[in-house]
Write a protein that binds this ligand. Structure first.
Ligand code: G
Ligand code: G
Ligand code: MN
Ligand code: NA
Length: 253
């Protein structure tokens, strides 16, 4: 109960901060994508991990308003980096089912129109469980958002149920191979085979692939050798506060 009270205060007092983790184009070495990851600067406990508060925000439906705030901040930031570094700069946002069920996402396109920002500035990360049976209206919303020009990425790919069926049913732009497959890619030949197969399949379906959780140079070069398009992970950079990310880009452009 205390945590819920603290979260309400956090929303009012703007204790939330968006960190940005670079996503590198492994083919060219360029960085023009980032994933937005929410952080909570708790006045007493310091930085709190989203793993411990996202479920509570969902239970209390606070994720609906916070998700909207994250979307708008991410879009504005993407536009700043578009103007400064790369025309195609894109920031990915993670989403929760409630954001679609509440129909808040119906206003995203208009919000960006008002801000004079192209929908291409935002990638929407969804998970397989969001596409599962019984969540039918979510897929309809996603089709609409994609028609409006937002990109859609399937996150944590490989960890859910019947991933392949979803690839057939829903048009998405890219998939993100879960870090549990990337972890051992240099040591475990099965994981390497799985990553290779996912990449070949994705390319044949016209999708790009992002590998998550790259922690070593060896993992990165291995993924490059099997033609993985994008990479993300601590080896490239940890998630960074906005100013540090800006500096990271300054050094690369
Ligand atoms: O960055 P980190 O590893 O701490 O994130 C932990 C989890 O929290 C990840 O599963 C991530 O997808 C989720 N998460 C981070 N930011 C957001 C957000 O803005 N919205 C939602 N719904 N989940 C997020
Ligand atoms: O579930 P989702 O993929 O949205 O969340 C990504 C999570 O992975 C974030 O919490 C982020 O901080 C974390 N992360 C990013 N890079 C690495 C990495 O190289 N290793 C590990 N273990 N986690 C990572
Ligand atoms: Mn994600
Ligand atoms: Na993931």
């Amino acid at each position: 109960a205390n945590l819920i009270r603290d979260l309400r205060i956090a929303l009012q007092d703007e204790q939330f901060e968006i960190y940005y983790q670079p996503i590198e184009d492994l083919r060219t070495g360029e960085v023009y994508k980032a994933e937005a990851l929410i952080r909570w600067n708790h006045p007493e406990n310091g930085l709190v991990s989203p793993i411990s508060f996202i479920p509570l925000l969902e239970e209390t439906r606070m994720i609906i308003d916070l998700g909207d705030w994250i979307f708008t901040q991410a879009a504005k930031q993407a536009q700043i980096w578009r103007d400064k570094f790369h025309d195609d700069f894109q920031v990915n946002v993670n989403t929760s089912p409630l954001q679609f069920q509440s129909k808040k996402t119906k206003y995203w396109y208009q919000r960006l129109q008002d801000l004079n920002i192209s929908p291409g500035a935002i990638g929407i990360e969804i998970t397989e469980s969001m596409l599962m049976e019984g969540q039918e209206n979510i897929s309809e919303h996603l089709i609409e958002l994609r028609d409006q020009g937002f990109q859609v990425a399937l996150d944590d790919f490989g960890t859910g149920y019947s991933s392949l069926a979803y690839l057939k049913k829903f048009d998405i732009d890219y998939l993100k191979i879960d870090k549990s497959f990337v972890n051992q890619i240099a040591e475990d030949s099965d994981d390497k085979v799985l990553c290779e197969a996912i990449i070949i399949m994705a390319h044949r379906l016209g999708l790009d692939v992002v590998a998550e959780g790259i922690e070593t140079e060896q993992q990165k070069s291995l993924l490059k050798s099997i033609e993985c398009d994008y990479g993300q992970g601590y080896h490239l950079s940890k998630p960074l506060p906005k100013a540090a990310f800006d500096k990271y880009l300054e050094e690369r452009y």
